[in-house]
Design a protein around this ligand. Structure first.
Ligand SMILES: [Zn+2]
Length: 406
């Protein structure tokens, strides 16, 4: 299925120093406001001739396009120019344990085409990544684009990833993937940058880009079969020393029963507050919920014990998040993942404990809200990761230089 999404994504903030190349001038124009050469000269403090040369270079690259005319002050009205998000396309892939979802987006991260299929991550990297490349080719055909239009591929995986190399690191549910060179595999078909990260980090990027673009400090928490967090700090994703930042699932939950976790420890957050933990709690009182979707259906259907179990999971997660609030001082905590679909029960439990346990200063402006991007968070986030990489001033200048040399 291909469709045009109405998602609108804000762009990076404007630089304050005068831009010293076409790439930096583009950063200023990424807010998509059309401007004339004279307006750009005034805004940047650069000479009209300098602005003119940089605008011409960006026009030649396609990244800038004419966008109407300003009012005339006598004579021919001056042309306005704006960032052209259609100039290139990006692929964002979100690979889960049992599903894959890929979007072809424009340069704002807006999906132009999206395909989702059931797939097993346990089939191994060759099968799964061949699906990524063949689906990418299909989406390029469907949208009338070519591989030359593609500026990069972003991939989210359901396990720890060394972002700098794009290799999964001892992922527990991904046999055959440990240390696999994901970028090399994809680059055999598409000779573009391939960036890889874990699924929670890309969801954090997607939710941040779509729903909270101006928020500098945000914590995205995924609550599903596993529990994890993506940390946006100073407007950027914080990955930590080896990409393990935000791995909340195996933090010891305060006051929790000593339930054995899949990692071998007792009382991990994931062992007492994830979907499977709620399923076990409900089974003890004779209620069957075989999947996270069943739990959500029970809560939405007004099942009181299920709503109670989900709210209790929210409280337990809130105990850990209260510590995170003291450490990170976010202004927004977004709760996402399949169990967030259970409505207010989960978030009410989180709020109850976080607001009760944190110091007033840390919570004075803190919002705790549900994710809005749903299943699109991962694909938009994976594309956003590529766009942030490819459209830096330096890389735009390099692309323009190599284009004019060829
Ligand atoms: Zn654990």
């Amino acid at each position: 299925m291909c469709f045009t999404s109405k998602v609108s994504i804000a762009q990076s903030p404007q630089p304050t120093a005068p831009p010293n190349g076409a790439g930096e001038l583009l950063q200023l124009l990424r807010d998509q406001t059309p401007r004339t050469r004279a307006e750009l000269a005034k805004l940047t403090g650069l000479a009209r001739s300098t602005v003119g040369a940089r605008v011409d270079a960006l026009l030649a690259s396609g990244l800038l396009a004419p966008s109407g005319e300003a009012a005339s002050t006598g004579g021919r009205p001056p042309v306005r120019f704006a960032f052209n998000p259609e100039a290139r396309v990006v692929v964002g892939a979100d690979l889960g344990a049992t599903h894959g979802r890929i979007a072809l987006t424009d340069l704002t991260g807006r999906p132009l085409c999206e395909i989702g299929e059931d797939l097993e991550i346990t089939d191994g990297p060759e099968v799964v990544l061949d699906w990524v490349t063949s689906t990418t080719s299909k989406m390029l055909d469907l949208t009338g684009r070519t591989a030359a239009d593609l500026i990069g591929v972003g991939i989210g995986l359901p396990g720890p990833v060394e972002h700098s190399s794009g290799r999964p690191m001892r992922p527990p549910i991904m046999p055959g993937w440990d240390g696999y060179d994901v970028p090399a595999h994809v680059s055999r078909v598409f000779d573009v940058p391939v960036l890889v990260d874990n699924d929670v980090n890309i969801m954090a990027l997607g939710e941040h880009a779509v729903a909270h673009p101006d928020v500098e400090h945000l914590l995205f928490v995924k609550v599903a079969t596993g529990i994890g967090a993506g940390i946006i700090s100073g407007g950027r994703l914080h990955r930590g020393a080896v990409g393990a930042a935000g791995d909340l699932g195996h933090v010891a939950a305060p006051h929790a029963p000593e339930v054995l976790c899949s990692c071998g420890n007792l009382g991990c957050l994931e062992a007492v507050a994830s979907g499977p933990a709620i399923t076990r709690a409900l089974a003890e009182i004779g209620i069957t919920a075989g999947s996270n979707a069943d739990i959500v259906d029970l809560v939405r259907g007004g099942n009181i014990p299920a709503a109670h179990a989900v709210r209790q999971a929210g409280r337990t997660i809130g105990e850990v998040l209260a510590t995170c609030v003291s450490l990170l001082n976010p202004s927004v905590i977004v709760i996402g993942g399949s169990l967030a679909q259970a409505g207010e029960s989960l978030i009410a439990g989180v709020r109850e404990v976080v607001y009760g346990r944190s110091l007033p200063l840390a919570t004075s402006n803190l919002q705790i809200v549900a994710a809005t991007t749903g299943v699109q968070a991962g694909v938009i986030g994976a594309a956003t990761m590529v766009i942030q990489h490819a459209l830096t001033a330096d890389r735009v200048d390099l692309a323009i230089a190599s284009q004019s040399a060829s």
